[in-house]
Design a protein around this ligand. Structure first.
Ligand SMILES: [Zn+2]
Length: 287
């Protein structure tokens, strides 16, 4: 940390809302601008130092609204992508998140639902996007990764274009991950197993820095060792209290165990998808 940098507190308990607030505070105190995905794709020129903050809302949409309020209180705007499954697609929450100043988009999984048929997937996607647009302005979308299916939802784009759907872009396909440095809270760590990842999920990527806890990430931001951050935080992995976090952690551990069994069975049958770089159950909660 440079002598002039402000003192920045590390969070005590990780993946709590308090820890999330300390992450926002660290970035703001260190002079980073926050960008939504829409802003990243349209703002010219980009700020010297920024954080693109993205949220994939797999489930627990109420947690997304909690985070959206925390960010709004801090003066931060970010991007929230909701699935269309029943427990997640909550129009009142989607509208409330947008009203707080955030970007809202569709967390799509239409190749999975169409069992790999791109034409059918495009039809599903069109219908689902229209459902979102009844409640919010949608300019960008985010692929949902389901380790239990052999499909990559991004393959739908071989059969259609962003322009056909009035979209500016997609959260993986529209970024150069050698330019922005990507950190995801998958499995409640910000750490990737490999420093250079040539496959899932971000394509070619070069990382000079690795962090594990949110405290480590706060330090990395406070030290300004990177100028362009791209962070993915899943609201359902964060909680307002420690007991709630413990309950979620136990549930996720159970899900991971089930995923591991399924992945192993599929691999033994020789049907694991090698081409899209699915790397096994340790990456299983990438959603
Ligand atoms: Zn997801």
């Amino acid at each position: 940390m440079s002598p002039t940098a402000p003192a920045i507190a590390r969070p005590r308990a990780d993946f709590t809302y308090d820890a999330y607030e300390s992450l926002l505070d660290a970035a703001l105190a260190s002079g980073y601008a926050f960008l939504t995905v829409r802003e990243f794709l349209t703002r010219e020129p980009l700020p010297d130092r920024f954080v693109v903050m993205r949220h994939d809302v797999d489930r627990k949409p109420g947690n997304a609204l909690d985070m959206a309020r925390i960010e709004a209180d801090a003066g931060v705007a970010s991007s929230y992508y909701f699935r269309t499954i029943e427990e997640t697609f909550e129009p009142t929450i989607i509208e409330a998140v947008e009203a707080l100043g955030h970007e809202v988009g569709y967390h799509y999984e239409d190749m999975d639902r169409a069992e790999g048929d791109p034409t059918l997937a495009v039809r599903h996607f069109t219908r689902n996007l229209a459902r979102f647009r009844e409640h919010a302005t949608v300019d960008t979308v985010s692929m949902h990764g389901n380790p239990l299916t052999p499909y990559d939802n991004r393959d739908m784009w071989e059969a259609t274009t962003f322009e056909e759907h009035g979209l500016l872009g997609e959260v993986y396909l529209s970024f150069d991950f050698t330019d922005v440095t990507y950190f995801s809270d998958t499995n409640r760590t910000w750490y990737d197993e490999k420093t250079i990842v040539n496959d899932w999920p971000v394509g070619k990527s070069a990382k000079s820095e690795q962090v594990d806890s949110t405290g480590d990430l706060v330090d990395l931001i406070a030290d300004r060792r990177l100028d362009r951050f791209y962070l993915l935080a899943h609201p359902d992995r964060w909680a307002g209290s420690y007991p709630e976090l413990a309950t979620q952690w136990l549930r996720d551990a159970g899900i991971n165990g089930a995923k591991w069994v399924l992945w192993t069975v599929r691999r033994l049958r020789g049907t694991a998808d090698q081409t899209s770089g699915h790397a096994g159950p340790d990456r299983g909660n990438r959603g």
